[in-house]
Ligand binder design. Structure first.
Ligand code: ZN
Ligand code: ZN
Length: 190
């Protein structure tokens, strides 16, 4: 099964669409990525029974023209469900991410050109508007790109429910389950 981690731009066939469907059960780096998303907190639990998943759908195509030289389009989707902890009560919970991407990697030699220097996006004949990235040393590191995109999209403040009451600052009681004496005091002084 096709599992490209880095594209060697010069060697990659021109105009030839390459489609990859990857997931954490059948492919090594998506599995390691999912492990990293969940962090070390879950390492003692049964990984086989977990309901988490990471599915990657990635299409690669190389184009070449006089403006952008050899450039690589990456389009696709990241779909994941992963375990994390509620930031208020520290209960185990699941989070979901679903991210579409449409980007173009152009040579880093163009990075200093006025046309592209401060651009975040680019208009291309092949695909319309895309996010702009640069590649150097002839390499587009797909694995690194996906990694970055995932970690940009992870929820930094997951809540197991919007109404989560969290823990008592004094005794650590889970206030979703029980109201401790400290919370009753503050309640009564109001
Ligand atoms: Zn909570
Ligand atoms: Zn308390």
């Amino acid at each position: 099964m096709l599992e490209i981690q880095t594209v060697n731009v010069r060697k990659f066939p021109l105009n030839n669409e390459t489609i990859m469907q990857l997931n954490n059960n059948d492919h090594q780096w998506p599995k390691l990525l999912l492990d990293e998303m969940e962090g070390d907190g879950f390492q003692n639990q049964e990984k086989e029974n977990r309901e988490s998943y990471l599915n990657l759908s990635i299409t690669i195509i190389k184009k070449e023209n006089s403006e952008l030289l050899e450039h690589i389009f990456l389009t696709g989707n990241i779909n994941a469900r992963y375990r994390t902890l509620c930031v208020r009560c520290v209960e185990e919970m699941y989070e979901q991410i679903d991210v579409d991407f449409k980007v173009c990697f152009i040579p880093s030699s163009l990075e200093k050109s006025e046309l592209y220097a401060d651009q975040l996006t680019l208009y291309t004949d092949h695909m319309g508007e895309v996010d702009l990235y640069f590649y150097s040393d002839n390499i587009v590191d797909i694995k690194e790109f996906i990694h970055e995109l995932i970690f940009l999209n992870l929820n930094q403040l997951p809540l197991h429910t919007e109404e989560c009451k969290g823990l008592c600052q004094v005794c650590g009681e889970n206030l979703n389950e029980k109201i401790c004496v400290h919370q009753q005091e503050s309640c009564c002084t109001l």
